[in-house]
Design a protein around this ligand. Structure first.
Ligand code: PLP
Length: 396
């Protein structure tokens, strides 16, 4: 893949008329090394956050050997891209066909579940295999996360004890997993969840071999500056060590966002200006799904425009839908106009992955760039993004 020093060099040369996804392999590598070196257990990558095969290869090269896959399509992508990777099928509601193909064709042995129906399905689809690792997902609060994952999955209340006990009978290796919600803004979220794990283990009196604290580790976005990851890792380690589990029990995590948010940014072109509204060539049905649908804030930067007088804009994407609207606000030079380019940062998690071809607008270009991401949790400076939307460094 061709590479440019940065977005400005790219637009100077190409003047692209399509959105451009910029890849930063060095940023993905740095994030992965951070987890490999500092998380006090094994780090899986949650493929749904960004299934790009190039990214998967960068993470593998940086030492990520286990991959959380949620669909048979993700199983196939990872199996094809990284034949030696360990796949963990962590969607609690799978089809029998997917389980069967995963087990018999791709060698998947690790499955999650949150119901007795799913346990039966896994048993039957694997012909009562005796080499399964089963991770029972329990529901925990998402109160400390920006994006809830507390409604859909996870055993609750009276369901937990029988499910753990029955899974113990079937599993060669038994795990408990949870998800505290995405972009968890305090390490305390994990402590609360691990206390639920403690109660579940005590109530069920089973031997647990794996505790998987899921994803939820944060990245940096405007107005969202979380504590350093070392705070998360430290408190998870201490709480895990205090659980009633065997000496050899393993601690796992499944970050998506934290491993790939810094990997991508996006160049868009302004096609029209109407007052404080900019019509750009990517949007709600492209990489800006979260900006449109859940009001997620991303940092922005006008390229090649030195005007330092900033005002607030909202964006319209390229399709014909009113829904294709990103309220922002996005702070950009007052003089910005049609034909100008904007770089939108921190789009690597749940951005590039959400793109559709709706209304014929799915095509993008893709290049590697060498500059730093707009913000980083891993550069040692703890740079924060303030509501101004532009990158402002400050020491904490
Ligand atoms: C089971 C599971 N693990 C991990 C993740 C990754 O979460 P995050 O991107 O918040 O780290 C998700 C996200 O939905 C998930 O469902």
């Amino acid at each position: 893949m061709s590479s440019f020093p940065d977005a400005t060099a790219l637009i100077d040369r190409l003047q692209p008329d399509q959105p451009v996804t910029l890849n930063r392999p060095h940023a993905a590598h740095r994030a992965a090394r951070h987890f490999v070196e500092h998380f006090p257990g094994k780090s899986l990558y949650a493929v749904k956050a960004n299934p790009s095969p190039e990214l998967l290869s960068h993470l593998w090269d940086a030492g990520i050997t286990h991959y959380d896959v949620a669909s048979i399509a993700e199983v196939r992508i990872v199996a094809e891209t990284l034949p030696e990777a360990v796949l963990c099928f962590m969607h609690p509601v799978k089809t029998r066909e997917a389980i069967r193909e995963a087990y018999f064709t791709h060698g998947v042995r690790i499955f999650s579940l949150d119901s007795e129906d799913e346990l039966t399905k896994i048993r039957e689809a694997t012909n009562d295999a005796d080499d399964l690792t089963l991770c029972v997902r329990i529901r925990v609060s998402s109160e400390h996360a920006e994006l809830s994952l507390a409604a859909k999955f996870g055993a609750v209340g009276d369901e937990i004890t029988p499910l753990l006990q029955e899974s113990r009978q079937v599993a060669d290796t038994l795990g408990i997993c949870f998800h505290v919600g995405s972009q968890a803004m305090t390490p305390h979220a994990y402590v609360q969840a691990l206390e639920r794990v403690r109660a579940a283990i005590v109530d069920a009196s089973v031997t647990v071999d794996i505790v998987d604290v899921g994803g939820g580790f944060p990245s940096l976005y405007p107005d969202m500056t979380p504590p350093p990851l070392r705070d998360y890792f430290g408190i998870i380690d201490r709480t895990f060590e205090s659980l009633p589990i065997s000496y050899s029990a393993e601690l796992w995590c499944e970050p998506g966002r934290a491993l790939c948010a810094e990997y991508n940014s996006l160049i868009v072109r302004v096609e029209r200006r109407r007052g404080h509204e900019l019509y750009i060539n990517d949007g709600a049905y492209g990489a800006l799904f979260d900006a449109a649908h859940i009001g997620w804030r991303f940092p922005v930067k006008a390229l090649g425009n030195d005007d330092e007088h900033y005002i607030e804009f909202s964006f319209f994407g390229p399709t014909c839908d009113d829904l294709d609207h990103m309220a922002g606000p996005f702070l950009l030079p007052e003089s910005i106009r049609a034909g100008d380019y904007i770089e939108i940062g921190m789009i690597g998690a749940y951005g590039a992955a959400m793109r559709t071809a709706f209304n014929g607008f799915g095509d993008t270009l893709q290049f590697d760039v060498e500059d730093a991401p707009m913000a980083s949790l891993y550069d040692g400076s703890q740079t924060g993004l303030l509501s101004a939307d532009n990158v402002i460094s400050f020491s904490r």
